[in-house]
Write a protein that binds this ligand. Structure first.
Ligand SMILES: NC(=O)c1ccc[n+]([C@@H]2O[C@H](COP(=O)([O-])OP(=O)(O)OC[C@H]3O[C@@H](n4cnc5c(N)ncnc54)[C@H](O)[C@@H]3O)[C@@H](O)[C@H]2O)c1
Length: 391
């Protein structure tokens, strides 16, 4: 993670985070460990809990704990223990929160306990939706940097990161052949677009289901078949949900699916596939056929659910590769520095990542890839900044 490494080196020499308590509710992966260490090098006191009970890498949690970072997470923890850990981090009285899904920052709001907060940063679409609702109700108690919306995050993390890692999680769990099979993608947002691209590249036929006419049109013009989910239900070999909404695959779809269909979710919460419907349809005829693959028998057909409907790239794979998390976490590290230095002057709103931070991260990433680019000439700069007709 060369971008984060260079930020870490600067933070270590400038120590802008001395005395700042940073609590992070993020997926406990090796990449997150690098972020924690970068923040600690900048002087912050850091504590970490998981953003999902199934995404923790225990060896990473142990290594961080050995290096003095408080970590409250264990892979496969119960829902109760997951919540206890988020509560413990909130009790610690952080100055800055980092979230992937907004569980920590929304908890502090629910408890009316945002007293020590200078600000927060949010990593994913679902978290931002929740925080924007708080803002709309006039209840957001601190500025929040929308890391998810920065260009170096949105394009690379969502399209390339999830595009690759969601399929990687599915393939690790199933060893399914993509070529010659039909993938039904529900939700053609920033993330879904990446999954569709990568699946097509591997030879799958891709059907897109959408509710947004613009995104549906874009999918059609990108060359995919577009149709309602009910129509696609009988055609798919593999279903991937990534909408941020709930029950997008439910009883009526499950009743039409083929024998052997595989169901996976890449959205943040495990609500996109209606698990209650699936259980009810199977009436107890469920068995684990492979690790993280539960087979539900529905009217003599076998429907295979991956990772209990939890975010598949993290639950069945290792999440995004370090090369892409490098940019996401560079955004988070610089957002923490920005909040520590300027949090008091910022409005209590969901704020964009400053453009300079975005550009700096892209510049560092290009440098690490050994890619050089052009710069505008003085003549071009003058031309682009004048409003008159070209002379
Ligand atoms: N797995 C990961 O690593 C990862 C990475 C980024 C985002 N996410 C999560 O994935 C989800 C989607 O994120 P995004 O950034 O792509 O969001 P987005 O808002 O860009 O896209 C979601 C798309 O789903 C569509 N949609 C909503 N409800 C639908 C329905 N019932 N049927 C069909 N389409 C529907 C929307 O119109 C939209 O185009 C969120 O929960 C986000 O937090 C996961």
């Amino acid at each position: 993670m060369p971008v984060l490494r260079s930020i870490r080196e600067r933070l270590a020499s400038e120590r802008p985070l001395d005395g700042v308590k940073v609590a992070a509710c993020l997926h406990v992966t090796a990449e997150t460990a690098n972020l924690m260490q970068a923040l600690a090098a900048g002087g912050a006191e850091v504590a970490l809990c998981a953003a999902n009970p199934l995404s923790t890498r225990d060896e990473v949690a142990a290594a961080l704990a050995e290096n003095g970072v408080a970590v409250l997470a264990v892979r496969g923890e119960s829902a109760e223990s997951y919540v206890e850990h988020v509560v413990a981090l909130a009790d610690w009285g952080p100055n800055i929160t980092l979230d992937d899904g907004a569980d920590l920052l929304t908890l502090l709001h629910q408890r009316d306990d945002a007293g020590e907060l200078t600000g927060g940063a949010e990593e994913t679409t679902t978290g931002l939706l929740r925080l924007r609702r708080l803002e709309a109700e006039g209840r957001l108690a601190c500025p929040v940097v929308a890391v998810n919306e920065s260009r170096t995050e949105r394009t690379f993390n969502d399209r390339y990161g999830t595009g690759q890692s969601a399929l990687d999680g599915i393939l690790r769990a199933t060893n399914l052949m993509l070529a010659g099979h039909t993938l039904v993608l529900i939700g053609y947002g920033a993330t879904g677009e990446g999954i569709a691209q990568r699946a097509r590249g591997a030879g799958a036929a891709v059907i897109v289901c959408e509710v947004d006419p613009l995104r549906a049109l874009e999918a059609r013009m990108d060359g995919y078949e577009v149709m309602p989910a009910l129509e696609a239900a009988a055609r798919g070999d593999l279903f991937v949900t990534v909408t941020g909404s709930r029950a997008v695959l439910r009883r009526e779809h499950m009743e039409l699916m083929k024998d052997g269909a595989v169901l996976a979710n890449a959205g943040h919460f495990d609500v996109e596939i209606d698990l209650a419907d699936l259980r009810e349809l199977a009436g107890g005829r469920v068995r684990e056929v492979l690790p993280l693959v539960e087979q539900y028998e529905v009217d003599g057909r076998r429907l295979n659910l991956l990772a209990s409907g939890r975010v598949v790239n993290l639950a069945a794979g290792e999440g995004h590769p370090a090369a892409v998390m490098d940019m996401s976490f560079a955004n988070l590290a610089l957002a923490v520095e920005h909040l520590a230095l300027h949090g008091d002057e910022l409005e209590r709103r969901v704020l964009d990542v400053p453009k300079e931070i975005d550009e700096e991260i892209a510049r560092l990433k290009l440098e690490s890839l050994g890619v050089e680019i052009d710069a505008l000439t003085p003549d071009q700069l003058e031309y682009l900044s004048s409003w008159g007709a070209p002379s």
